[in-house]
Design a protein around this ligand. Structure first.
Ligand SMILES: [Zn+2]
Length: 425
């Protein structure tokens, strides 16, 4: 198992030095695809695994830059053609023995934050810091991807003692909860019996494992465009339609949505851009906001209130509006069978010294979209947290985590797979 840790660290550091943000992970996708092919997996890329019409929160300039970067780093034109502008990869391994279809999901994107470049920061000191300015693996997804690739090797080596088939899903754009929806809509998990997902660190330290984390907030990330009409602010203000005023009015009302009685709700207006000059009635405003709810129902309630307020404010200022969904996640309901199994198998993983049954998560994560899809189709899913000490909070420029815990995560997944694959059918 020590060799596994060495390999995991090498993989993680290679990925860490080449971070890419959501929907621009071309180099990362190629890296993954090549490794999966090495281990006898059939690989699926681009629109084979992602429904393009459900992609949201992209920027074309970023995608072009990402492709160029991948070309410069020597990614083959065949792979880039298969991706066809869409990142993410799925590897499938068939054992050719009847059995369950087991899927594992790993997120592969990085965060738009500049990595600390001082010797106090371990990745910089060791020379595996980000080589992509303004982008950093500051959430541990480099670790997740490394574990996924290590599992590919392990599945390949242990294929003879397993049954059924395996799907390793490397999901783009988890940040902003954008990548899971178009994958779910493509139907790639519709035949899955068991879906396993996890995150490193977050709410747990090295040695801990949170079996059934609670309070995954259902969320929607929204973009609202208000379109008005410009006019001379002194001579003809009555001919203008003030998009900025509508957006500001909406902002105040959005923050005052009555809270839901059944659980937690959240709203944040994160960006508002409008106008150019003091003497021009602004004809356009762009707002970015998010709503969250403890359950999907509460989140839907928040979303409906947002729609009403935007419509009402637009009407009163006589401007047009458009609301688009830029990302989303569901609340989480882990399946009892997998909760029980996880609680059992971690006894065989000595690195887990302090198992935790429940702990509040309090954020959002779009693996829940894939889990919900599996559950709707009759399969089962779980999301758990593998503890790892870290240097600072997720998404901060000095973030780093205890690399040894990748081996713990890997072992837990191996145990889960062995039990699920070899149970009686
Ligand atoms: Zn994350």
């Amino acid at each position: 198992m020590n060799n596994y840790l060495e390999s995991l660290i090498l993989l993680r550091r290679a990925l860490h030095s080449q971070p890419e943000s959501g929907w621009t992970e071309f180099l990362t996708t190629a890296f993954i695809a090549e490794k999966l092919q090495e281990y006898g997996f059939s690989i699926f890329l681009g629109e084979d695994i992602v429904a393009r019409e459900f992609i949201s929160g992209t920027d074309n300039e970023g995608i072009e830059k990402g492709i160029l970067r991948a070309q410069q780093k020597g990614v083959s034109s065949t792979l880039l053609k298969q991706m066809n502008g869409v990142t993410g990869c799925m590897g499938v391994l068939e054992t050719h023995r009847p059995g369950k279809t087991i899927a594992l999901r790993f997120d592969i994107d990085a965060v738009d934050v500049s990595e600390l470049a001082t010797s106090e920061h371990f990745p910089f000191r060791e020379g595996f810091h980000s080589r992509n300015p303004g982008c950093m693996h500051a959430c541990g997804h480099d670790g997740h991807t490394a574990v996924g690739l290590m599992l590919a090797q392990w599945l390949y080596e242990n294929k003879a003692s397993l049954t059924g088939s395996f799907k390793l899903i490397f999901q783009p754009a988890e940040e902003g909860t954008r990548g899971a929806k178009p994958m779910a809509e493509k139907g790639i998990v519709d035949d899955v019996d068991y879906l396993l997902c996890a995150h490193l660190s977050f709410i747990a330290s090295s040695g801990e494992l949170v079996i059934d984390p609670q309070q995954f907030l259902s969320t929607k990330k929204l973009k609202v465009i208000f379109n008005g009409k410009s006019a001379h602010a002194g001579a003809q203000p009555h001919l203008g339609r003030n998009a900025l005023a509508a957006a500001c009015q909406a902002t105040m009302q959005l923050l005052a949505i009555p809270r839901h009685g059944s659980g937690i709700s959240r709203i944040n207006i994160g960006a508002l851009h409008s106008g150019q000059a003091s003497n021009v009635i602004p004809d356009r405003a762009e707002m970015k906001l998010e709503v969250r709810g403890e359950t999907d129902e509460i989140n839907d309630y928040m979303f409906q209130q947002v729609k009403n307020i935007i419509a009402g404010c637009s009407l009163s200022y006589q401007v047009e509006y458009n609301i688009s969904t830029e990302g989303q996640a569901n609340s989480l309901l882990n399946d009892e069978e997998l909760i029980k199994l996880l609680g059992k198998v971690i006894n065989d993983v000595p690195e887990i010294t302090s198992p935790v049954q429940h702990r509040l998560f309090g954020g959002s994560e779009d693996a829940t979209v894939l889990i919900k899809r599996v559950q709707q189709k009759g399969g089962k899913g779980i999301y758990f947290i593998v503890g790892a000490d870290r240097t600072s909070g997720h998404h901060q420029s000095d973030f780093d985590f205890d690399e040894k815990m990748m081996l713990t995560m890997f072992k837990v997944y191996c145990q889960m797979i062995m039990h699920l694959s070899n149970q009686q059918h």
